[in-house]
Ligand binder design. Sequence first.
Ligand SMILES: *Cc1c(COP(=O)(O)O)cnc(C)c1O
Length: 351
Amino acid sequence: MTIDLYSDTQTRPTPGMREAMARAVVGDEQSNDDPTTLALCERVATMLGQEAGVFMPSGTMCNLAAILVQTRAGDEIIVDDQSHIYNTEAAGAAAIGGVSVAPLATPAGLYSVAAFEAAIRPPARTAPRSALVSIEQTTSFSGGSIWALDDMRRIRDIAHARGLKAHIDGARLLNAVMATGISAADYARGFDSVWIDLSKGLGCPVGAVLCGTNDFVVEAWRWKYRLGGAMRQSGVLAAAGLYALDHHLDQLATDNAHIRLVHGVVADAPGLSFEPTAGQSNILCFSVRGLGVTAADFARACLAHDVRVRAIGGHQIRVTTHLDVSRAQVERAAAVIRAEADRLFEERQSS
Ligand SMILES: *Cc1c(COP(=O)(O)O)cnc(C)c1O
């Protein structure tokens, strides 16, 4: 059987989760009348220290709704150049909100406070208005690196002082929480919008919860409705989220530990290169440029040994751990990745 480290979206709902879904008490979510969905929103809002939350079908809709509520056409948002918003949301901010994106170059998805400050445009008739900054905690395509709380707070404070809103794309915020012991509420304090994904390491089939002030959530609901995200008996899905928060948080710590294990095995492989932040959560990225092969070649070589990793761009490989891969499988996968790296390196030396 293939060991699937492509993404933590590959998780399947467990029997216990399916049972919780089957038992869910439901109503009509669109009328704000689904008790299980309401319970999930309240639970996540409390966990994130926010006034309210809204259940969304996806993290992508959370980002888009947060952008649409907090910007207007002609505004600009500031993100890192590896961010999900910039790369894999089909330019929703531009297509639907008329908002342009200023991507900051970063080594590991973590731009500096100074780079952010320099990217804020002084008000000018000729310039887009800097309206929103987004921090991805943890970074997805940059190897799961974790933002320092202090940097997040400085960026938040500078944003507010300069009239910008501050947003956290917290798809994997709880992986950071489990890695650092800093609470989700501490990370999210003072931010204007923040969300977590249920369909990544938490193992749910669908869903995310977007949080902020009561006023923010009222406006986010309008966009959810407009975008076609309002649901009916969504309690079946929300029950999976509640189940995950009860049973899968520790799994995120295990996933983080599994990436440290992989990192330990491959870190000194000749020809592979890593960012200094590598191995901080449940994602590991490395470059295979030094092996003289493309990322697609390397991924194919691993798949021949039943280990699926993800090629990102020309030379980056991404490995992600999750609840559907056991420690034994992670150990085997790490050995395969190491062996393939060593083999390709030797081939290159002798050619
Ligand atoms: C997965 C992800 C998203 C989008 O979430 P979906 O639920 O897949 O729509 C946004 N941001 C980050 C950092 C992600 O990893």
